[in-house]
Design a binder for this molecule. Structure first.
Ligand SMILES: Nc1ncnc2c1ncn2[C@@H]1O[C@H](COP(=O)(O)OP(=O)(O)O)[C@@H](O)[C@H]1O
Ligand SMILES: [Mg+2]
Length: 204
């Protein structure tokens, strides 16, 4: 089973991915928790290039770099774990490229869709965490880390990203579940567990 978390900055993806991994581990599953961009040694090098504020990539170059990192992540980390029968939980995956580069930066969405179709694994379930802009901004401020290249982009960009995630989820309701993420950590975690339980019973 391959599960992805998607959503904007401060939605709680990393927090909820870790909590779901802990819950599934406690239930006896072997879980591999990973992230994008990155998730394999070479892909983490590309992550550094993508998130650093030193480079202002052209939109197509940025798309290809994300898919290069993803190819490495899929081949080195995700496919081997799925072949071992593990649950793979990824903090971001291909939908983030569509939302950030496609909707947010105006890169060619047909190109991104075509490259996405060529990725040899598809999530069984994608949890799209939906956070209101004010809540997300508050969480990012509380984190008090230096902003990476995407976090530093303006409110217009983040609004387009959020609209992109909503469109992606609406277009693929069998794969995607939108989870309201404004509540507390435990409340969101319970909502995530409810979606996972429901989808598994449907799949079984
Ligand atoms: N439901 C929540 N309520 C309050 N704070 C949260 C919640 N979820 C996450 N946080 C905090 O907000 C910040 C961003 O959460 P994080 O999981 O890193 O989001 P993301 O990975 O989506 O950017 C972190 O400091 C985290 O501890
Ligand atoms: Mg995160």
């Amino acid at each position: 089973m391959f599960i992805t978390f998607e959503g904007g900055e401060g939605a709680g993806k990393s927090t909820q991915a870790r909590l779901l991994a802990e819950a599934m581990t406690a239930a006896g599953r072997t879980v591999l928790c990973t992230r994008e961009p990155g998730g394999a040694p070479g892909a983490e090098v590309l992550r550094g290039l993508l998130l650093s504020r030193e480079h202002d990539w052209s939109p197509p170059a940025e798309v290809y770099l994300h898919f290069a990192a993803r190819a490495e992540h899929v081949a080195r980390t995700i496919q081997p774990a799925l072949a071992r029968g593990e649950v793979v939980i990824s903090d971001r995956f291909a939908d983030s490229t569509m939302a950030y580069q496609g909707y947010g930066l105006g890169a060619d969405r047909a190109l991104i869709a075509a490259l996405s179709r060529l990725v040899p694994v598809r999530p069984d379930l994608t949890l799209v965490l939906d956070v209101s802009p004010a809540v997300a901004t508050g969480r990012m401020a509380a984190r008090r880390q230096a902003l990476d290249r995407y976090e530093a982009m303006g409110i217009g960009f983040h609004g387009r990203v959020a609209a992109g995630f909503a469109a992606i989820a609406a277009a693929e309701p069998d794969r995607c579940a939108v989870v309201s993420a404004d509540g507390g950590v435990d409340e969101v975690h319970r909502a995530v567990l409810a979606v996972v339980a429901r989808r598994r019973s449907v799949a079984a």
